[in-house]
Write a protein that binds this ligand. Sequence first.
Ligand SMILES: [Fe+2]
Length: 287
Amino acid sequence: VLELDAASPLLVFGGPYSNVRATEAIRREAERLAIPPDRVICTGDVVAYCAEPEETTELMRDWGCHVIKGNCEEKLAEGAEDCGCNFAAGSACDLLARGWYPFAAARISEASRAWMAALPATIRFRMGGRHFRVIHGGVTETARWVFASDAPTLEAEQEAAQADVVIAGHAGVPFIASTGRGTWFNPGVIGMPANDGTPDGWYGLIHAEREALRLSTHRLVFDSRAAAAAVRRYRYADSYARALVTGLWPSLDVLPSAEQGATGQRLKARSLLIRRAPLAAQGGLAA
Ligand SMILES: [Fe+2]
């Protein structure tokens, strides 16, 4: 297990989604905060909805931060026919995926595919006496949807993760949830808005605060109009171009009713303090 010094912050984010402008923005943000690449973790889906799949992958590779494999990397590396989200056939998400996935698959280089194939599925580390586990969607299923309002899924996934703090991606909406066994931290995604009616992406920070660790979510502003214009140029998925500008998702199919009900409501940045404690103090965990 990787041991990370709690003395300096960790930056975590998901979903670059082929949005090279958002990826440039998060890299600049890391530089502004003086966070080096080895203290940055991406929860996957480097490539998805937006217009620059290869450019975004090259930028991530050049940056050299930690990246785990999203379902999009899994499928692109395999040369699969679709993104593996298991959207119901004919649903709005299914039809949208039929727009972006072939567009991206046709633009990814062999070198980028090989890089995706070599990405780890999960990362475990210890920081401030706590066990962290980074996953994409769910522990056993890369493309599982885990949302704040779905307590049974959250509890089951936290149990399966065998970690104090799970850092997850995939879902596209940032949240921090306390579960019976620990904390679920989804820092959000950078490459598309969070369906809150603003065009911003989201990222997370973990830093030491006296005898505790603070998990927090933060807005990421990027040039969403230019990102939308790039999507429009290729005419493969105009609804994503609209989403980049309006901050509203083209389909709410995957959202539970509570998250659907929050559509268009401006999200607030959140933070949660967790005690730094040795694992032994809470009964220990399997290695
Ligand atoms: Fe995903």
